[in-house]
Ligand binder design. Sequence first.
Ligand SMILES: *Cc1c(COP(=O)(O)O)cnc(C)c1O
Length: 454
Amino acid sequence: MDRTKILLGENELPRQWYNVLADLPFPPAPYLHPVTFEPITPQDLAPLFPQELIKQEVSQDRFVDIPDELLDIYSLWRPTPLYRARRWERALGTPARIYYKWEGVSPPGSHKPNTAVAQAYYNKKEGINRLSTETGAGQWGSALAFACNIFNMECKVYMVNVSYRQKPYRRILMETWGATVVPSPSKDTNYGRALLAENPDASGSLGIAISEAVEDAAQRDDTKYSLGSVLNHVLMHQTVVGLEAKRQLEMAGDYPDVLVGCVGGGSNFGGFFLPFVPDKLSGKAESLRIVCVEPEACPTLTGGLYAFDWGDTAKTGPIARMHTLGHGFVPPPIHAGGLRYHGMAPIICALYDRGLVEAIALAQTKVFEAAVSFARAEGFVVAPETAHAVKAVMDEALSCKESGEAKVIAFNSSGHGHFDLGAYESFLSNELEDYRYPTEQIRASLEELPRIDQ
Ligand SMILES: *Cc1c(COP(=O)(O)O)cnc(C)c1O
């Protein structure tokens, strides 16, 4: 009988992260200073990040050791299982072999603690006792709250106002782990107060919440800032996912034809597929397809511009060259599927620009339809973000059914959806609407990019 679950022992946890920067023949452009537009220096970043993470951000070492103390924490939920979706394959009637890596087993329920615990660890080691951050739906905030609690650090979370009001359970989870959570825009920063003066009911955005968290860290000596996606070091921490998955696929006797993942800032899918990139670059797996899936409501790769832009709305954080919808982008409140950041990891953008990875944008009703099909076959109710990957895999599997090809499709199942049942309820009661972000609005938002020669 084919195996359903491919497991690694605790002693098989990867002991090093993989750093793709060592292998990329086309490095991403350097970050620029938000005001001078000059390449950013380690001193510029020092108020925001500890030295070790600044070092990791630009490291050219192919592998970076994972400290023993972190391995011990990882072992609480890692290695995570790789499943063969046999029941879903049967339900779809596909000859394809579908595998999914299940990151929903961590205490906060997603891949995010893989980097949250690493970031808290390096900050703590350099004497920092308080971290500030932003969160949208609450996944990242809860991962960092969990991590800060382990290291006995304070955690201040600026939570996008619309989610703060609509999603109380993630906030309660953060508070259970001891974090302080405020709706963003908040009264706690100059930027937040200025926005509230203009509009007391502002729904907020990730870009605004990042600006508040950056201001918080920049103004206090005891505090640094923590970002849950996008940056090189974040993607590197997440490679534990792909390193494990690669071994588990080997144990199953398969090598993937297609890798699929959802992309918001690019960390879960980057962590999953980056360890396969050397195979593609060296020609060992030239035909391997890597498919990034994003929502039509926030089409960063498929609808944005590859340009220098600020990472946050107040233009106080570093500028990166990335696919962007503009730092002023505010996603539509009716969009239930997450993945709302205006930019994208520079590493993923560079790969996309060179045609090494593909991208597609999907409508949310089809995405939830696929998630329900998956839940009814496999049992797991995935996060709305993850559901984007599920829908793309379903389409691949159904086209295999038509062509008769037995492709190996593997995706990163980045988290569970137990706190997102409101979105499932909207779908099940036919209240979910599709929303494609209007091209004119994207164009207007892109007018505001910094004037830098590209
Ligand atoms: C945050 C999140 C994502 C999107 O973030 P990336 O950095 O693009 O991975 C995807 N899935 C889940 C479950 C998340 O919590």
